[in-house]
Design a protein around this ligand. Sequence first.
Ligand code: FAD
Length: 466
Amino acid sequence: MASSTLVWLRNDLRIADNPALAAALKNEEPIHAVYVLETDRALRPLGGAAKVWLHESLKALNDALAERGVRLSYREGQSKTVIPEMIREMKAERVYWNRRYDPAGRAHDASLKKGLKADGIAVESFNAALLIEPWDIATKQGTPYGVFTPFWKALRDKLIADPIGRAERHSEIKPPALDFGKPPFWANGILERWAVGEEAAKRVLSGFLDDLLADYPNDRDLPRKRATSEMSPHLRFGEIGPRQIWFAVRHLIASNPSMANAGDKFLSELAWREFSYHLLYHRGDIARHSMQERFDEIEWRSDAKALHAWQKGQTGIPIVDAGMRQLWRTGWMHNRVRMLTASLLTKNLLTDWRKGEQWFWDTLVDADPANNPASWQWVAGSGADAAPYFRIFNPITQGEKFDSRGDYVREWVPELRNLPDKWVHKPWMADVETLDKAELKLGITYPIPIVDLSTSRERALETLKR
Ligand code: FAD
């Protein structure tokens, strides 16, 4: 058998702008691709919702790879064993992958690379996930960035490499069967809500650029409106790369300068993702340790009942419950509401941010090793460039500002649908007659708030100040 090339796919489930795959396709050799659901103990296992997404995404990619004559395998196990096994089976002389940036994953890849090279295998790794890799951008003093705005200004001035085109090869095979078993019963809401895969990602992006980008700066905070790109799960699994998005937006601005402000605002949000990866790379295990160490001395409250009520969208605070239920049903939550739900948990309920981060990790389809812990730490106040500890969102005024008619709340918390707009964000303040008319029995059909917003706010301020 002739020698061949192994492409180890990870968070790069696409054909276009995939440097590892493109490098393999340059050789004339047979190519085999593998995805390993890693069980190495040092690596964080994927959450449930992300795994549902992953399986759908691999099915889509399997067909696209087969059209190019590339056979995909799916394995579960320790990649340090699976990858060498595959190399032996296939008589591969080359292994290509795109890099990851979490400390455990990096250490793991470095050691694997060393071992393979010692065995005479050619190993190469590439950048598919970032506009700028963390070591290619630094402050004037040569140190990593800790504050977003100067990071963004520096990033904007960097020359971002153009995406590379779709990797092609004129050869076709029958896609191999991938058997993931049946999706879990709770996956229906996710599968109905999303179109998964590279083609879907491209479609969603172009729809967003055509129809929504112009209003993005004004509408992106309104949770009921479809106003943001919804690219996050596609980016998480690399069904599209940030260079492709960057290039598409820049291209649009060049042909239509009136889009410059909106385009810039959108790219600045994409830059938050880059910033999170910058922190993940330079600050180590940010899902476990507070970036500001003093936050690890806080005596967090441990109230299992409150945590459970928060997870299930039964806190009695409407906008928070709406968000948590949207998350549970669809695997996604609007950014503004992510901030409000995280603030209620870490501030009003004084619960360790790690518990919230872990719940999001399990339930988000876009659960991201950089964005999730960095954003949780931003809200908790423990992060680099975080919201100051005394910023505690008021979910009533935030709800009234960003969901002024209560449409978002009514969609996800139908118990409240008959309440007049005035009370929909604070049903416990409405009089008995209003509640009766709305057929709402507080404490029976919908909870009384599990926490008093103003005393818990004072408690959080006291504790955090100490
Ligand atoms: P758009 O507004 O269209 O933004 C485009 C892209 O920019 C996003 O897809 C995302 O990749 C990036 N982006 C936007 N906002 C942020 C941000 N604040 N931080 C980092 N990147 C951003 N995002 C994740 O991708 N995965 C997570 O696990 C995640 N967890 C979060 C947890 C909390 C507590 C909070 C407050 C935010 C979290 N975010 C996370 C960031 C943000 O909420 C989502 O990226 C965004 O809501 C995704 O929707 P979109 O793609 O429509 O965003």
